[in-house]
Ligand binder design. Structure first.
Ligand code: ADP
Length: 319
């Protein structure tokens, strides 16, 4: 393989730039030419493709978002769309592709591979919801953003002796809620993977209030329901002044943490190694601090699950 391409697709996440940088530098180190494809699969179809040099990825390791931009591209779900994409790759003489994104992007990569074009997926999403890897690129940064917010909210919660409900991202996966709730010392953590009992939440809040607790923090993953609705229910049931904070898109941006930059660098370079070994249809990850790769199809068939032991621990520590 003498020419490879790289694109970022789906929702952006902090650390995607560090992954792009690693792909470009590792490829050039191996004397392989690299092409950047802009705006995800959309730019692949329209041919927004440009050769990248060592300097093209300078000064981006510390930047959030993605220099290659990203997009959702419904056309790529059609065979005609993918054929157009392959025609563009052939036009540029590109023989393999690194796709940095979430499970939707993996699906596109799998289908391209099935059509004879080798792709390797790199997990870039703040949700940490991709099977076959302990961590996804961007999760640690999002977590630290949430923790920073919780710590600030805690100050005002204490000053006013209020209960705060903090709604965090996670439509299907509770990782951001669970990890930030544990790290932020939340009273209750509501995740899509577990049923919650309003009676338990209320009695815990009342117990805390009765023993003189000045504040309480409840973390709600967006997939569980609206933080505003849950806040209203809590206020009605406890009679305690309750406020709601929906963190929203601030969780997707910002300077990637060191952990995310290192993870992105390792995974990006490893993806290039696999492509150069002629291995397409794979996705890379990290498990027990070892670089691993799996069949994309197998990974897409699996379901991500939160760490149940950690969930149990969060309950034990917030009695
Ligand atoms: P993420 O990668 O963050 O999960 P999406 O689910 O939006 O984000 O997927 C990103 C893009 O991947 C889509 O806009 C589309 O171009 C491509 N994609 C998603 N699902 C498929 C599919 N079934 N077949 C081909 N391409 C797909």
């Amino acid at each position: 393989m003498k020419r490879i391409g790289v694109l970022t697709s789906g929702g952006d996440s902090p650390g995607m730039n560090a992954a792009v940088r690693a792909v470009v530098r590792k490829a050039i180190y191996q004397e392989v030419e690299v092409f950047g494809i802009y705006n995800g699969y959309s730019g692949l179809i329209s041919g927004k493709i440009e050769k990248l040099e060592l300097g093209s990825v300078g000064d981006i390791i510390h930047r959030g978002g993605t220099k290659l931009y990203t997009a959702r591209c419904p056309e790529f779900k059609t065979i005609e769309g993918r054929k157009k994409g392959i025609a563009q790759l052939e036009k540029f003489g590109i023989e393999g592709l690194v796709v940095i994104g979430g499970d939707g992007s993996y699906m596109g990569a799998k289908k391209l591979t099935e059509m004879g074009f080798p792709c390797v997926g790199v997990p870039g999403t703040i949700d940490n919801d991709i099977p076959g890897t302990d961590f996804t690129i961007g999760f640690d940064t999002a977590l630290n953003t949430v923790i920073d917010a919780i710590d600030k909210i805690r100050d005002t919660a204490t000053s006013h002796e209020r209960t705060y409900v903090v709604e965090v991202m996670g439509r299907h996966a509770g990782d951001i809620a669970l990890w930030s709730g544990l790290a932020g010392g939340a009273e209750s953590i509501l995740i899509p993977e577990a049923d919650y009992d309003m009676g338990d939440i209320v009695s815990k809040l009342k117990r805390g209030h009765d023993r003189g607790k000045k504040h309480s923090i409840i973390i709600v993953a967006e997939g569980v329901g609206s933080g505003v609705d849950i806040g209203e229910k809590i206020e009605r049931a406890t009679g305690l002044e309750t406020r709601v904070s929906v963190l929203g898109y601030i969780q997707r941006g910002g300077t990637p943490t060191a952990a995310d930059r290192v993870l992105a660098s390792r995974l990006g370079a490893y993806a290039v190694e696999l492509l150069l070994e002629g291995k397409g249809g794979r996705c890379v990850g990290i498990q027990s601090n070892e670089l691993v790769n799996h069949d994309i199809l197998e990974i897409l068939d699996q379901k991500h699950s939160v760490d149940q032991n950690m969930y149990k621990l969060s309950q034990e520590l917030s009695i």
